[in-house]
Design a protein around this ligand. Structure first.
Ligand SMILES: Cc1cc2nc3c(=O)[nH]c(=O)nc-3n(C[C@H](O)[C@H](O)[C@H](O)COP(=O)(O)O)c2cc1C
Length: 161
């Protein structure tokens, strides 16, 4: 069953450099259906939903490892099998000498209209991945963006407006 974020809620979590959860706010814990003990120290893919194309996480990790931020629509799986969609902004955190010390994700409720666009695209990306691996999925994303004449960032941000 799908569950929904509330309009004004923020789901926040932090990870170490390997993507292990080091912090989650109340709403993060509540939505996930796991206890705080279960979440802390667990890899963030504990919430991974099988409908998510691997390419989205590849892009995410490439960006944040290069010290940049990324926005992404993510479908997450709760402990009991329910799922929820988020619009995530993931950023690296730095110490005083600008060394990365972890990552931070803040998620808002996605625009329903955005998901109407994203869901079929993710499905096509996943089908491409099953056919020809992540390279095939990447090719399809590039073609989709090229057709629209936008970058990934422009595409994602415009959907949430
Ligand atoms: C700060 C941060 C937050 C993340 N949040 C999620 C999330 O909510 N759901 C998710 O599936 N993956 C999230 N990830 C990505 C996971 O680390 C992982 O790459 C992804 O679940 C794919 O798992 P896999 O590489 O084991 O297939 C997050 C990563 C970081 C650094």
């Amino acid at each position: 069953m799908q569950i929904y974020m509330k309009e004004d809620d923020f789901i926040v979590s932090k990870t170490d450099l390997k993507g292990r959860i080091t912090y989650g706010n109340e709403i993060f814990i509540q939505m996930s259906g796991y206890s705080e003990q279960e979440l802390l120290g667990a890899p963030h893919n504990i919430l991974r939903h099988e409908d998510m194309p691997a390419l989205v996480f590849k892009l995410l990790w490439e960006r944040i490892k290069n010290k940049h931020a990324i926005n992404a629509y993510v479908k997450n799986r709760c402990k009991n099998g329910d799922f929820y969609w988020v619009f995530a902004n993931v950023t690296p955190s730095f110490d005083k000498s600008s060394n990365p010390i972890g990552y931070y994700s803040v998620r808002r409720k996605p625009e329903p209209k955005a998901l109407e666009v994203i869901e079929p695209i993710y499905k096509a990306l996943l089908d491409a991945q099953k056919r020809g691996g992540i390279a095939e999925s990447e090719k399809l994303l590039h073609e989709t963006l090229h057709k629209e004449g936008v970058t990934y960032d422009e595409f994602i941000i415009n959907l949430q407006k």
